[in-house]
Design a binder for this molecule. Sequence first.
Ligand code: URA
Length: 239
Amino acid sequence: MERLQKVIAHAGIASRRKAETYILDGRVKVNGQIVKELGTQVSAKDRVEVDNVPIYQEEPVYYLFYKPRGVISAVSDDKNRKVVVDYLSDVSERIYPVGRLDYDTSGLLLLTNDGNFSQTLTHPKHEVDKVYVAKVKGIAEKKALLPLTRGMRIEGKRVAPARFEILSTDVKAQTSIVQLTIHEGRNHQVKNMLKAVGLPVQKLKREQYGDLTLAGLRPGEYRELNKKEVSQLLGKAKK
Ligand code: URA
């Protein structure tokens, strides 16, 4: 179920704010009845009309995208920079990213037009593991990284405990490769956590989301998720 104004906005009829005005003005019908209640819940089976014109509710679709570095996790950008949906121009549905990866972060990004799916997966209380691999400045040592596993405060906020593995260190270059598994999705979370233990991130990639990996994809490529993958993800999120 979705809120009526969101369904109208997703169908591309109007912005969410405008859709609310249409509802309040009595221009919207659900199954033939005028509905003036903001936040009325409707499903794909309900017939929604704006000014007596039925709107088309899209089938939900789910994509796994290998985001390259240097792309914005959004559907548009006011500075005209490349955005993730530019890579999925063959997809006719109005998809958008589930959460975000930083401009300079590469890796696994999900896209969908299903608001409930997106909300469920991005809610901090839902513990879907995300695995990141970071190249950091400095030599990573287990002892210094241990605070990450206990949970720490960053910018005044408590972040949940993470798991880590030191994959390699390069003494000559004074860099290390660290794998970090977290289930929250705060802004710049991995960069902030590693910086807090003295290891500033030089390069970051998300390699896994739940059980999903980037296997078979190169940067810029995408594939559709199958039904089993979608229900597995939701199952993990709701556990
Ligand atoms: N953590 C970060 O710091 N950046 C990302 O893009 C994702 C997680």
